[in-house]
Design a protein. Structure first.
Length: 657
């Protein structure tokens, strides 16, 4: 891979777009790519009568000459059928590519690797893979090189770490972080736990800052003495209306920049000139001061369920706090709209014990983070290959051989079964066999055959109960630290070679697991994709063991083991008392008098003999579990550890600079 490989971070927004550039060999901060001599470009594209394409503010200035004009066209393609935003996207991206070629800012653009930011929810949307493939094809058809998608939340993390603007330590990014991306059309909320983005589906997707300039313009028109004429003019000239909204956006930004600079009474001004025809001209004096801004933020918005913008924003943050069940460890703001001072003030009120941070140039944070991510990922290719090699069988091994991970799991499984069998034997003895043995002794169960059938059902029900699953889960939880230690012996050398914290590939074994999770379901019926780390392994072990003991011939393990042992013991005791070896098999069907039962099996003798036989029961159960479930457990655990390890390797990319 050439060291001068060009890398581009592409942050396409509803209101504005930013691009950043670096190379594989560079050690410097990615640089913003200038479009029309500005670090960002308005996400606007138009086509004139001659078929010429104009983008950004050039399209706005030429609006009277355009036959087509598109704004706010960023969208995930539909699952099938026409995609309304496709033409606008390809025209806009094609215009960007021509600007980059003409300005020669990216010498080898055709070979560049382009990392495109997408909302976290896009990757998990229904049929998301197919829809993103369609999105990629449109971008590449417009002239971009090799395109790869990256969740915008991860780009925000990379920028937070690398830029140094926020003074955030990498360890702070391991916790619960709420990323708030405020744009002109939407507010994207993403909770990130241990670097894994989890899209939050709540609130109103119309919560974009573009509503504010729309309201400022509408209120200014309403106050004008020629309001009716201005509204009629806008109806006749929608392109001019779009241009004026963007002009009011600039005024809004000037106002909040003045406020951030400490100006006591921030104010932004402009004059708009309208030629209505027949020599009639109207002037609109635009003034944004504190009362005007407060009125715009408080104005009821139909798209926000009648709330004002600031109230809707506060309500959405409150909803976020409820969805994530408490305060995050960090709140990161990105997007140009986060420059509005009140958004971070409200966030600090909602999360008083949480650090709320925003960079110096939030409108460039995602683009630069994407470029950083791309550079780190390409540098980390060798690291990823080593982790993948750890998860794959050696080519020198025999066909079907296990990987190093699989060999490690198989070496540790005897320790799991050694711990599990005694717990199961003891719990089944205490919770099932002893109470049902007492019932038989007191004549509440007619025959030993009845005892056998009823105890089998009761034992199986206990294994599949919350109590039984919790017992299995607790043993698995206690077994995991040893497995994790052996795993780290394999992964630590890889981390050391790439100067990564050894924690980068650690799969935490401390996740607490409910015994009711996955109750009544076997391993092949469970989707573990949403369960992180070793919680997956714990619940998988529980499901496999329960499935082995519950499914088909699995119940025979209970009969041949602990239950079968007790039946044999009771039958042998009776035969010893009556001295008729010839009727050994028939005794199971006898209705033995209660007095005889009590004589051969006192309460104390039943309890004592049962406790003395637990080890024998455990040995039988362990041997049966090893024979029937060890292979399934090994394969399932190996697969889940591999999946978790490869996911951690991807997460580790943000630690590679």
């Amino acid at each position: 891979m050439p060291e001068n490989l060009e890398i581009i971070g592409f942050d396409l927004g509803h209101g504005e777009t930013a691009l950043a550039h670096t190379t594989l060999a560079s050690a410097n901060e990615p640089e913003a790519l200038a479009i029309h001599n500005r670090p960002t470009v308005l996400s606007v594209v138009g086509v004139d009568h001659d078929g010429q394409v104009a983008i950004g503010d050039h399209a706005i200035r030429q609006s009277e000459r355009l036959v087509e004009m598109f704004v706010r066209f960023k969208s995930l393609p539909p699952e099938d059928g026409p995609w309304p935003g496709e033409r606008a996207l390809t025209l806009f991206v094609g215009g960007l590519v021509r600007e980059l070629v003409d300005s020669r800012q990216v010498p080898q653009l055709e070979q560049a690797r382009v990392f495109v930011g997408v909302p976290s929810g896009w990757t998990t949307a229904r049929d998301g893979i197919h829809r993103l493939r369609r999105y990629r094809e449109a971008l590449e058809a417009a002239g971009l090189g090799q395109v790869e998608f990256v969740p915008e939340s991860r780009a925000a993390f990379m920028h937070a770490r690398e830029s140094g603007e926020l003074q955030v330590q990498i360890d702070q990014l391991y916790g619960r972080v709420l990323v708030v991306d405020l744009g002109s059309s939407t507010a994207d909320f993403t909770l990130v736990q241990d670097l894994n983005p989890l899209p939050l589906d709540f609130g109103n997707n119309a919560l974009g800052a573009g509503l504010i300039e729309q309201t400022l313009l509408a209120q200014a028109v309403a106050r004008h003495e020629d309001a009716a004429k201005l509204r009629a003019f806008y109806q006749k000239h929608p392109a001019r209306h779009a241009f004026d909204e963007l002009s009011w956006r600039t005024l809004k930004e000037e106002y909040f920049n003045a406020e951030a600079s400490g100006v006591p009474e921030p104010k932004a001004r402009n004059i708009f000139d309208y030629e209505l025809g027949r020599g009639e001209e109207v002037l609109l004096r635009a003034v944004i001061d504190r009362p005007a801004m407060e009125a715009a933020l408080a104005a009821p918005q139909p798209l926000l369920d009648g709330l004002g913008w600031s109230d809707a924003y506060r309500t959405t943050l409150d909803a976020a706090r409820g969805v994530i069940e408490g305060d995050p460890d960090l709140v990161l703001f990105t997007g140009g709209a986060s420059r509005m001072g009140f958004v971070t003030r409200i966030a600090q009120e909602i999360f008083p014990r949480t650090r709320v941070l925003r960079g110096k140039a939030p409108e460039l944070a995602i683009a630069k983070g994407l470029a950083w991510w791309g550079r780190s990922k390409l540098r980390a290719a060798a690291f990823t290959r080593e982790v993948e090699a750890l998860c794959a069988p050696s080519l020198l091994d025999r066909p079907g051989a296990s990987s190093a991970i699989g060999e490690m799991v198989r070496a540790e499984l005897p320790r799991l079964l050694d711990a599990l069998a005694p717990v199961l034997a003891e719990r089944i003895a205490e919770r099932v066999i002893l109470p049902w043995g007492r019932a038989w002794r007191l004549g509440q169960i007619a025959t030993l055959q009845d005892f056998e059938r009823q105890t089998e059902v009761a034992a199986a029900a206990w294994v599949d109960s919350a109590d039984g699953r919790q017992a299995i889960a607790e043993v698995a939880q206690a077994w995991l630290p040893g497995l994790a230690q052996r795993l780290e012996a394999l992964t630590d050398p890889i981390c050391d070679r790439y100067r990564l914290s050894r924690r980068a590939l650690v799969i935490e074994p401390t996740t607490q697991v409910s015994g009711e999770l996955f109750a009544g379901r076997t391993a092949d019926a469970i989707d573990f994709s949403h369960v992180q780390g070793f919680a997956t392994v714990v619940n998988l072990i529980t499901a496999v063991v329960v499935g082995t003991l519950m499914g088909g011939s699995g119940k025979a393990l209970l009969i041949a083991g602990p239950i079968g042992w007790v039946i044999g013991f009771l039958g042998a005791a009776i035969l010893f008392f009556i001295g008729q070896e010839a009727v050994k098999e028939r005794v199971r069907g006898w209705v033995i008098p209660v007095m005889l039962r009590k004589a051969v099996m006192s309460e104390e003798r039943l309890s004592s003999r049962l406790r003395a036989g637990v080890d024998e029961m455990a040995g039988k159960l362990r041997a049966d579990l090893a024979a029937r479930s060890a292979d399934d457990l090994a394969v399932a655990i190996e697969a889940r550890i591999k999946a978790a390890l490869l996911s951690r390797a991807e997460d580790a990319l943000v630690r590679l600079g």
